[in-house]
Design a protein around this ligand. Structure first.
Ligand code: PLP
Length: 462
Protein backbone atom coordinates (compact mmCIF):
# COMPACT_ATOMS: atom_id res chain seq x y z
CA UNK A 1 0.00 0.00 0.00
CA UNK A 2 1.51 3.33 -1.02
CA UNK A 3 1.21 6.06 1.57
CA UNK A 4 0.11 9.05 -0.49
CA UNK A 5 -0.49 11.20 2.57
CA UNK A 6 2.76 11.15 4.54
CA UNK A 7 2.31 14.83 5.27
CA UNK A 8 -0.57 17.20 4.57
CA UNK A 9 -0.69 19.59 1.62
CA UNK A 10 -0.22 22.50 4.00
CA UNK A 11 2.93 20.89 5.44
CA UNK A 12 4.26 20.18 1.93
CA UNK A 13 3.88 23.87 1.10
CA UNK A 14 5.32 25.13 4.40
CA UNK A 15 8.43 22.92 4.15
CA UNK A 16 8.99 23.83 0.50
CA UNK A 17 8.59 27.48 1.25
CA UNK A 18 11.25 27.42 3.93
CA UNK A 19 13.74 24.82 2.72
CA UNK A 20 13.58 24.77 -1.09
CA UNK A 21 15.03 27.44 -3.33
CA UNK A 22 12.39 29.57 -4.95
CA UNK A 23 14.54 29.72 -8.06
CA UNK A 24 12.59 27.13 -10.03
CA UNK A 25 9.12 27.86 -11.41
CA UNK A 26 6.99 26.56 -8.47
CA UNK A 27 6.72 30.00 -6.92
CA UNK A 28 5.38 31.68 -10.02
CA UNK A 29 2.18 30.76 -8.20
CA UNK A 30 1.33 32.34 -4.84
CA UNK A 31 -0.31 29.07 -3.78
CA UNK A 32 1.38 26.14 -5.55
CA UNK A 33 -0.74 23.06 -6.08
CA UNK A 34 0.14 19.66 -4.57
CA UNK A 35 -0.71 16.47 -6.46
CA UNK A 36 -0.69 12.93 -5.07
CA UNK A 37 -1.05 10.54 -8.00
CA UNK A 38 -1.56 10.33 -11.74
CA UNK A 39 -2.91 7.93 -14.35
CA UNK A 40 -3.58 8.23 -18.07
CA UNK A 41 -4.80 11.78 -18.75
CA UNK A 42 -5.35 12.71 -15.09
CA UNK A 43 -3.59 13.96 -12.00
CA UNK A 44 -5.24 13.57 -8.58
CA UNK A 45 -5.05 15.82 -5.53
CA UNK A 46 -5.26 14.80 -1.88
CA UNK A 47 -9.05 14.66 -2.06
CA UNK A 48 -8.75 12.30 -5.02
CA UNK A 49 -10.30 14.90 -7.33
CA UNK A 50 -9.31 14.16 -10.93
CA UNK A 51 -7.71 16.94 -12.98
CA UNK A 52 -7.77 16.47 -16.73
CA UNK A 53 -4.23 17.34 -17.74
CA UNK A 54 -3.73 19.30 -20.94
CA UNK A 55 -0.05 20.03 -20.41
CA UNK A 56 1.33 16.52 -19.62
CA UNK A 57 4.50 17.65 -17.86
CA UNK A 58 5.22 20.16 -20.62
CA UNK A 59 4.85 17.42 -23.22
CA UNK A 60 7.16 14.97 -21.42
CA UNK A 61 4.43 12.32 -20.96
CA UNK A 62 2.96 11.90 -24.43
CA UNK A 63 2.27 8.22 -23.80
CA UNK A 64 0.10 8.87 -20.74
CA UNK A 65 0.82 8.99 -17.04
CA UNK A 66 2.03 5.71 -15.54
CA UNK A 67 1.96 3.95 -18.88
CA UNK A 68 2.17 0.36 -17.64
CA UNK A 69 4.44 -0.94 -20.34
CA UNK A 70 7.07 1.74 -19.74
CA UNK A 71 6.73 1.53 -15.95
CA UNK A 72 7.17 -2.27 -16.05
CA UNK A 73 10.32 -1.91 -18.17
CA UNK A 74 11.73 0.57 -15.66
CA UNK A 75 10.90 -1.75 -12.73
CA UNK A 76 12.64 -4.60 -14.52
CA UNK A 77 15.68 -2.37 -15.04
CA UNK A 78 15.62 -1.38 -11.35
CA UNK A 79 15.81 -5.07 -10.47
CA UNK A 80 18.70 -5.87 -12.79
CA UNK A 81 21.10 -3.05 -13.72
CA UNK A 82 19.83 0.24 -12.25
CA UNK A 83 23.24 1.89 -12.08
CA UNK A 84 26.22 1.80 -14.42
CA UNK A 85 29.25 3.97 -15.00
CA UNK A 86 28.75 5.57 -18.42
CA UNK A 87 32.14 4.34 -19.65
CA UNK A 88 30.82 0.76 -19.76
CA UNK A 89 28.36 -0.65 -22.24
CA UNK A 90 24.86 -1.95 -21.54
CA UNK A 91 22.68 -3.86 -23.96
CA UNK A 92 19.79 -1.39 -23.98
CA UNK A 93 21.94 1.59 -24.91
CA UNK A 94 23.22 -0.19 -28.02
CA UNK A 95 19.73 -1.43 -28.84
CA UNK A 96 18.24 2.04 -28.33
CA UNK A 97 20.85 3.69 -30.56
CA UNK A 98 20.20 1.20 -33.32
CA UNK A 99 16.42 1.47 -32.98
CA UNK A 100 16.52 5.26 -33.14
CA UNK A 101 18.97 5.37 -36.04
CA UNK A 102 16.89 2.86 -38.00
CA UNK A 103 13.64 4.76 -37.41
CA UNK A 104 15.28 8.07 -38.32
CA UNK A 105 16.89 6.50 -41.39
CA UNK A 106 13.46 5.22 -42.53
CA UNK A 107 12.09 8.74 -42.25
CA UNK A 108 15.04 10.91 -43.33
CA UNK A 109 16.99 8.42 -45.49
CA UNK A 110 20.19 9.45 -43.74
CA UNK A 111 22.78 7.48 -41.81
CA UNK A 112 23.51 9.05 -38.48
CA UNK A 113 24.45 8.35 -34.88
CA UNK A 114 22.95 9.00 -31.47
CA UNK A 115 24.52 10.81 -28.53
CA UNK A 116 22.77 10.85 -25.13
CA UNK A 117 22.62 13.24 -22.20
CA UNK A 118 20.21 14.00 -19.35
CA UNK A 119 17.99 17.01 -20.11
CA UNK A 120 16.78 19.17 -22.95
CA UNK A 121 19.18 22.01 -22.21
CA UNK A 122 22.09 19.56 -22.10
CA UNK A 123 21.08 18.21 -25.50
CA UNK A 124 21.19 21.81 -26.77
CA UNK A 125 24.68 22.14 -25.29
CA UNK A 126 25.78 18.99 -27.07
CA UNK A 127 24.32 20.28 -30.34
CA UNK A 128 26.39 23.44 -29.90
CA UNK A 129 29.45 21.23 -29.45
CA UNK A 130 28.71 19.19 -32.57
CA UNK A 131 28.34 22.38 -34.64
CA UNK A 132 31.37 24.18 -33.25
CA UNK A 133 33.53 21.09 -33.42
CA UNK A 134 32.71 20.66 -37.10
CA UNK A 135 32.59 24.25 -38.29
CA UNK A 136 35.15 25.85 -35.98
CA UNK A 137 32.85 28.84 -35.70
CA UNK A 138 30.66 30.00 -32.82
CA UNK A 139 27.70 31.78 -34.35
CA UNK A 140 24.14 30.45 -34.46
CA UNK A 141 20.94 31.84 -35.88
CA UNK A 142 17.88 31.17 -33.73
CA UNK A 143 14.26 32.26 -33.71
CA UNK A 144 12.67 35.09 -31.83
CA UNK A 145 10.24 33.23 -29.56
CA UNK A 146 12.40 30.09 -29.56
CA UNK A 147 13.28 28.21 -26.37
CA UNK A 148 16.19 25.78 -26.04
CA UNK A 149 16.73 25.48 -22.29
CA UNK A 150 18.21 27.36 -19.38
CA UNK A 151 21.86 26.41 -19.11
CA UNK A 152 24.11 29.39 -19.78
CA UNK A 153 24.85 28.10 -23.31
CA UNK A 154 21.23 27.31 -24.15
CA UNK A 155 20.03 30.71 -22.94
CA UNK A 156 22.34 32.31 -25.51
CA UNK A 157 20.22 30.62 -28.17
CA UNK A 158 16.89 31.33 -26.43
CA UNK A 159 15.50 34.69 -27.37
CA UNK A 160 14.12 35.93 -24.03
CA UNK A 161 16.62 38.31 -22.40
CA UNK A 162 15.05 37.61 -19.00
CA UNK A 163 16.75 34.19 -18.87
CA UNK A 164 20.16 35.84 -19.33
CA UNK A 165 19.47 39.06 -17.52
CA UNK A 166 20.88 38.07 -14.14
CA UNK A 167 23.73 35.91 -15.37
CA UNK A 168 25.31 37.43 -18.47
CA UNK A 169 26.80 34.91 -20.85
CA UNK A 170 29.97 33.02 -21.66
CA UNK A 171 29.06 32.27 -25.23
CA UNK A 172 28.06 34.26 -28.24
CA UNK A 173 24.46 35.31 -28.25
CA UNK A 174 22.56 34.04 -31.28
CA UNK A 175 21.41 36.21 -34.16
CA UNK A 176 17.64 36.08 -33.60
CA UNK A 177 15.45 35.85 -36.69
CA UNK A 178 11.68 36.60 -36.64
CA UNK A 179 9.54 33.45 -36.59
CA UNK A 180 6.78 33.27 -39.24
CA UNK A 181 3.96 33.94 -36.78
CA UNK A 182 1.22 34.64 -39.28
CA UNK A 183 -1.52 35.73 -36.83
CA UNK A 184 0.83 38.51 -35.69
CA UNK A 185 3.20 38.78 -38.65
CA UNK A 186 6.49 40.31 -37.44
CA UNK A 187 6.64 42.27 -40.69
CA UNK A 188 3.02 43.43 -40.52
CA UNK A 189 2.12 41.43 -43.63
CA UNK A 190 -0.99 39.45 -44.47
CA UNK A 191 -0.23 35.77 -44.95
CA UNK A 192 -2.53 35.54 -47.97
CA UNK A 193 -0.53 38.12 -49.90
CA UNK A 194 2.92 38.29 -48.25
CA UNK A 195 4.66 36.36 -51.02
CA UNK A 196 6.88 34.67 -48.42
CA UNK A 197 8.37 38.00 -47.38
CA UNK A 198 9.94 36.64 -44.16
CA UNK A 199 12.06 34.01 -45.84
CA UNK A 200 13.06 36.50 -48.54
CA UNK A 201 14.16 38.91 -45.81
CA UNK A 202 16.38 36.18 -44.39
CA UNK A 203 17.91 35.58 -47.83
CA UNK A 204 18.79 39.26 -48.07
CA UNK A 205 21.40 38.75 -45.34
CA UNK A 206 23.59 37.25 -48.03
CA UNK A 207 23.23 40.03 -50.60
CA UNK A 208 26.19 42.08 -49.50
CA UNK A 209 29.02 42.19 -46.99
CA UNK A 210 27.35 45.23 -45.43
CA UNK A 211 24.59 43.06 -44.02
CA UNK A 212 27.31 42.35 -41.47
CA UNK A 213 27.33 38.56 -41.37
CA UNK A 214 28.59 37.34 -44.73
CA UNK A 215 31.66 37.60 -46.92
CA UNK A 216 30.59 37.20 -50.57
CA UNK A 217 34.26 36.79 -51.63
CA UNK A 218 34.87 33.68 -49.52
CA UNK A 219 31.24 32.60 -49.27
CA UNK A 220 31.72 32.38 -45.50
CA UNK A 221 28.99 33.29 -43.02
CA UNK A 222 29.68 34.26 -39.43
CA UNK A 223 26.81 31.99 -38.38
CA UNK A 224 27.32 28.34 -39.23
CA UNK A 225 24.09 26.87 -37.87
CA UNK A 226 20.44 27.74 -37.43
CA UNK A 227 18.78 26.18 -34.37
CA UNK A 228 15.01 26.00 -34.73
CA UNK A 229 11.93 24.52 -33.17
CA UNK A 230 9.78 23.57 -36.17
CA UNK A 231 6.77 24.68 -34.14
CA UNK A 232 7.36 27.14 -31.32
CA UNK A 233 6.65 25.46 -27.97
CA UNK A 234 7.17 27.96 -25.18
CA UNK A 235 6.62 30.59 -27.88
CA UNK A 236 2.93 29.62 -27.99
CA UNK A 237 2.48 26.56 -30.21
CA UNK A 238 2.86 28.55 -33.38
CA UNK A 239 3.28 26.47 -36.50
CA UNK A 240 5.14 27.92 -39.43
CA UNK A 241 3.44 27.97 -42.82
CA UNK A 242 3.90 24.76 -44.82
CA UNK A 243 6.42 26.26 -47.27
CA UNK A 244 8.63 27.94 -44.69
CA UNK A 245 11.27 25.39 -43.69
CA UNK A 246 11.87 24.09 -47.20
CA UNK A 247 12.64 27.59 -48.44
CA UNK A 248 14.74 28.35 -45.38
CA UNK A 249 16.74 25.12 -45.80
CA UNK A 250 17.53 25.98 -49.42
CA UNK A 251 19.07 29.25 -48.30
CA UNK A 252 21.00 27.54 -45.51
CA UNK A 253 22.34 24.84 -47.83
CA UNK A 254 23.43 27.44 -50.34
CA UNK A 255 25.57 29.06 -47.67
CA UNK A 256 26.82 25.95 -45.86
CA UNK A 257 24.83 26.64 -42.73
CA UNK A 258 23.71 23.63 -40.69
CA UNK A 259 20.10 23.20 -39.60
CA UNK A 260 19.75 22.03 -35.98
CA UNK A 261 16.18 21.05 -35.24
CA UNK A 262 15.04 21.07 -31.63
CA UNK A 263 12.41 18.32 -31.21
CA UNK A 264 12.58 18.40 -27.43
CA UNK A 265 8.97 19.51 -27.02
CA UNK A 266 7.42 18.91 -30.45
CA UNK A 267 8.93 15.50 -31.17
CA UNK A 268 7.45 12.10 -30.23
CA UNK A 269 4.20 12.56 -32.19
CA UNK A 270 3.18 15.80 -30.51
CA UNK A 271 2.32 17.17 -33.95
CA UNK A 272 1.00 13.88 -35.33
CA UNK A 273 4.36 12.94 -36.89
CA UNK A 274 7.18 11.31 -34.94
CA UNK A 275 9.29 14.42 -35.54
CA UNK A 276 7.62 17.78 -36.06
CA UNK A 277 10.02 18.72 -38.86
CA UNK A 278 8.52 15.91 -40.95
CA UNK A 279 5.47 18.14 -41.39
CA UNK A 280 7.73 20.38 -43.47
CA UNK A 281 9.46 17.70 -45.51
CA UNK A 282 12.93 18.83 -44.48
CA UNK A 283 15.85 16.75 -43.20
CA UNK A 284 17.82 18.36 -40.38
CA UNK A 285 21.60 18.08 -39.98
CA UNK A 286 21.35 17.66 -36.23
CA UNK A 287 18.23 16.95 -34.20
CA UNK A 288 17.78 17.14 -30.43
CA UNK A 289 15.16 15.32 -28.35
CA UNK A 290 14.30 14.82 -24.65
CA UNK A 291 11.08 14.90 -22.59
CA UNK A 292 8.76 12.17 -23.97
CA UNK A 293 11.67 10.01 -25.06
CA UNK A 294 11.30 8.44 -21.57
CA UNK A 295 7.66 9.47 -21.11
CA UNK A 296 8.82 11.64 -18.22
CA UNK A 297 10.10 8.62 -16.26
CA UNK A 298 13.77 9.44 -15.90
CA UNK A 299 15.83 12.19 -17.46
CA UNK A 300 17.33 11.28 -20.77
CA UNK A 301 17.90 13.45 -23.78
CA UNK A 302 20.09 13.33 -26.77
CA UNK A 303 20.76 14.18 -30.33
CA UNK A 304 20.98 12.54 -33.68
CA UNK A 305 23.44 13.94 -36.20
CA UNK A 306 24.28 13.07 -39.78
CA UNK A 307 27.30 10.80 -39.92
CA UNK A 308 29.67 13.45 -41.28
CA UNK A 309 29.16 15.63 -38.19
CA UNK A 310 29.34 12.90 -35.56
CA UNK A 311 31.50 10.12 -36.95
CA UNK A 312 34.15 8.92 -34.45
CA UNK A 313 36.86 10.61 -36.53
CA UNK A 314 35.17 13.98 -36.06
CA UNK A 315 33.42 13.75 -32.69
CA UNK A 316 36.19 11.87 -30.91
CA UNK A 317 35.95 9.97 -27.59
CA UNK A 318 35.28 12.26 -24.63
CA UNK A 319 33.94 15.13 -26.77
CA UNK A 320 30.92 15.36 -24.45
CA UNK A 321 30.09 13.54 -21.24
CA UNK A 322 28.02 13.55 -18.07
CA UNK A 323 27.87 10.95 -15.28
CA UNK A 324 24.18 10.38 -15.98
CA UNK A 325 24.39 10.63 -19.75
CA UNK A 326 23.42 7.03 -20.35
CA UNK A 327 21.80 6.24 -17.01
CA UNK A 328 20.37 2.74 -17.37
CA UNK A 329 16.88 3.62 -16.14
CA UNK A 330 16.46 6.49 -18.60
CA UNK A 331 17.93 4.35 -21.37
CA UNK A 332 15.56 1.48 -20.59
CA UNK A 333 12.53 3.78 -20.46
CA UNK A 334 13.56 5.29 -23.80
CA UNK A 335 14.09 1.85 -25.27
CA UNK A 336 10.54 0.87 -24.29
CA UNK A 337 9.15 4.14 -25.66
CA UNK A 338 10.93 3.60 -28.95
CA UNK A 339 9.63 0.01 -29.07
CA UNK A 340 6.12 1.44 -28.75
CA UNK A 341 6.95 3.93 -31.50
CA UNK A 342 8.27 1.18 -33.74
CA UNK A 343 5.13 -0.91 -33.27
CA UNK A 344 2.47 1.78 -33.38
CA UNK A 345 3.92 4.64 -35.43
CA UNK A 346 1.52 4.14 -38.34
CA UNK A 347 -1.53 3.85 -36.06
CA UNK A 348 -0.52 7.00 -34.20
CA UNK A 349 -0.01 8.89 -37.45
CA UNK A 350 -3.44 7.82 -38.63
CA UNK A 351 -5.33 8.43 -35.37
CA UNK A 352 -3.86 11.71 -34.11
CA UNK A 353 -5.08 13.85 -37.05
CA UNK A 354 -8.61 12.44 -36.61
CA UNK A 355 -8.69 13.22 -32.90
CA UNK A 356 -6.95 16.53 -33.50
CA UNK A 357 -9.77 17.53 -35.84
CA UNK A 358 -12.35 16.72 -33.16
CA UNK A 359 -10.40 18.88 -30.69
CA UNK A 360 -10.04 21.69 -33.24
CA UNK A 361 -13.76 21.66 -33.98
CA UNK A 362 -14.37 22.16 -30.26
CA UNK A 363 -11.87 25.02 -30.20
CA UNK A 364 -13.56 26.64 -33.20
CA UNK A 365 -16.86 26.40 -31.32
CA UNK A 366 -15.25 28.24 -28.37
CA UNK A 367 -13.89 30.87 -30.75
CA UNK A 368 -17.36 31.44 -32.17
CA UNK A 369 -18.82 31.71 -28.64
CA UNK A 370 -16.26 33.99 -26.91
CA UNK A 371 -14.95 37.27 -28.28
CA UNK A 372 -11.87 36.80 -26.09
CA UNK A 373 -10.78 33.79 -28.11
CA UNK A 374 -8.83 35.67 -30.77
CA UNK A 375 -7.36 32.69 -32.58
CA UNK A 376 -7.27 28.92 -32.33
CA UNK A 377 -4.91 26.71 -34.23
CA UNK A 378 -2.04 24.27 -34.13
CA UNK A 379 -1.26 20.92 -35.56
CA UNK A 380 -1.81 17.38 -34.25
CA UNK A 381 -1.93 17.59 -30.48
CA UNK A 382 0.04 20.84 -30.32
CA UNK A 383 -3.01 23.08 -30.18
CA UNK A 384 -3.50 26.64 -29.05
CA UNK A 385 -6.07 29.15 -27.88
CA UNK A 386 -4.88 32.73 -28.24
CA UNK A 387 -6.72 34.87 -25.68
CA UNK A 388 -7.38 38.48 -26.51
CA UNK A 389 -9.47 41.41 -25.45
CA UNK A 390 -12.92 41.65 -27.02
CA UNK A 391 -11.36 43.18 -30.15
CA UNK A 392 -10.04 39.71 -31.01
CA UNK A 393 -6.40 40.92 -31.27
CA UNK A 394 -5.02 42.73 -28.20
CA UNK A 395 -3.33 40.06 -26.03
CA UNK A 396 -5.15 39.13 -22.82
CA UNK A 397 -2.60 37.68 -20.43
CA UNK A 398 -4.83 38.25 -17.40
CA UNK A 399 -7.49 35.90 -18.74
CA UNK A 400 -4.85 33.33 -19.61
CA UNK A 401 -3.42 33.42 -16.05
CA UNK A 402 -6.89 33.34 -14.53
CA UNK A 403 -7.92 30.26 -16.53
CA UNK A 404 -4.92 28.34 -15.25
CA UNK A 405 -5.55 29.32 -11.62
CA UNK A 406 -9.28 28.62 -11.88
CA UNK A 407 -8.74 25.18 -13.45
CA UNK A 408 -6.58 24.18 -10.49
CA UNK A 409 -9.36 24.88 -7.99
CA UNK A 410 -10.85 21.50 -8.80
CA UNK A 411 -14.44 22.74 -8.72
CA UNK A 412 -15.47 22.33 -12.36
CA UNK A 413 -18.00 19.62 -13.14
CA UNK A 414 -18.28 16.95 -15.79
CA UNK A 415 -21.13 14.44 -15.84
CA UNK A 416 -22.13 15.66 -12.41
CA UNK A 417 -18.69 14.98 -10.87
CA UNK A 418 -16.20 17.50 -9.54
CA UNK A 419 -12.96 17.83 -11.45
CA UNK A 420 -10.19 20.22 -12.39
CA UNK A 421 -8.27 21.17 -15.50
CA UNK A 422 -4.49 21.54 -15.75
CA UNK A 423 -3.41 24.08 -18.34
CA UNK A 424 -0.20 25.78 -19.34
CA UNK A 425 0.47 28.99 -21.18
CA UNK A 426 3.01 30.31 -23.61
CA UNK A 427 3.36 32.82 -26.36
CA UNK A 428 5.03 36.13 -27.07
CA UNK A 429 2.55 37.84 -24.75
CA UNK A 430 1.92 34.88 -22.43
CA UNK A 431 -1.66 34.94 -23.61
CA UNK A 432 -1.80 31.56 -25.30
CA UNK A 433 -3.21 28.43 -23.66
CA UNK A 434 -1.10 25.63 -25.08
CA UNK A 435 -3.04 22.38 -25.29
CA UNK A 436 -0.88 19.30 -24.89
CA UNK A 437 -2.98 16.18 -24.24
CA UNK A 438 -1.53 12.68 -24.05
CA UNK A 439 -1.52 10.93 -27.41
CA UNK A 440 -4.05 8.32 -26.28
CA UNK A 441 -6.64 10.86 -25.11
CA UNK A 442 -10.11 9.41 -25.74
CA UNK A 443 -12.89 11.11 -27.69
CA UNK A 444 -14.82 11.47 -24.46
CA UNK A 445 -11.86 13.19 -22.80
CA UNK A 446 -11.58 15.57 -25.77
CA UNK A 447 -15.26 16.47 -25.34
CA UNK A 448 -14.62 16.87 -21.62
CA UNK A 449 -11.68 19.20 -22.34
CA UNK A 450 -13.88 21.44 -24.50
CA UNK A 451 -16.66 21.39 -21.91
CA UNK A 452 -14.25 22.35 -19.10
CA UNK A 453 -12.64 25.10 -21.19
CA UNK A 454 -16.15 26.36 -21.91
CA UNK A 455 -16.92 26.42 -18.17
CA UNK A 456 -13.71 28.34 -17.44
CA UNK A 457 -14.29 30.89 -20.20
CA UNK A 458 -17.91 31.25 -19.11
CA UNK A 459 -16.86 31.98 -15.53
CA UNK A 460 -14.08 34.39 -16.39
CA UNK A 461 -15.44 36.43 -19.27
CA UNK A 462 -18.71 37.57 -17.72
C1 PLP B 1 11.91 23.22 -27.38
C2 PLP B 1 12.62 23.01 -26.08
N1 PLP B 1 13.95 22.92 -26.06
C3 PLP B 1 14.63 22.74 -24.92
C4 PLP B 1 13.98 22.66 -23.71
C5 PLP B 1 14.75 22.47 -22.46
O1 PLP B 1 14.51 21.19 -21.93
P1 PLP B 1 14.78 20.91 -20.38
O2 PLP B 1 13.74 21.66 -19.62
O3 PLP B 1 14.65 19.42 -20.25
O4 PLP B 1 16.16 21.39 -20.09
C6 PLP B 1 12.59 22.76 -23.69
C7 PLP B 1 11.85 22.70 -22.42
O5 PLP B 1 10.69 23.05 -22.29
C8 PLP B 1 11.89 22.96 -24.89
O6 PLP B 1 10.55 23.08 -24.92
Amino acid sequence: MIDLDLISDEEVKALDSEYSSWGDTVHYSADPKVFRSCEGSYMYDSKDTPYLDLQMMYSACNFGYRNKRITDAVIDQMNTLPQLTPKFLQQYKSLLSKKMCDIIDQRFHEKGRMHFNVGGAQATEDAIKIVRNYTHRNGFFAFQGGYHGRTIGATALTSSFRYREKYGHFGDRANFVPFPYCFRCPYGMNCESCNHFCVKQFARNFESEYKAIYDPKTGECEYKAFIAEPILGTGGYIDAPKWYFKELKEILDEHNIMLVIDEIQMGMFRTGKLWAIENYDVVPDVMTFAKSITNGMNPLSGLWAKEKYISPKVFTPGSAHSTYCSNPIGIRAAHEVMSIVEESQHDLEREIPIKSERFMNGLKYLKSKYKQVGDVGGIGFALRIELTQEDGYTPNRELCDAMQEEGLKGDLTYNGKKCGLVLNNGGFYKNVITLVPQLYISNEEIDMAIELLDQLLGRLTK
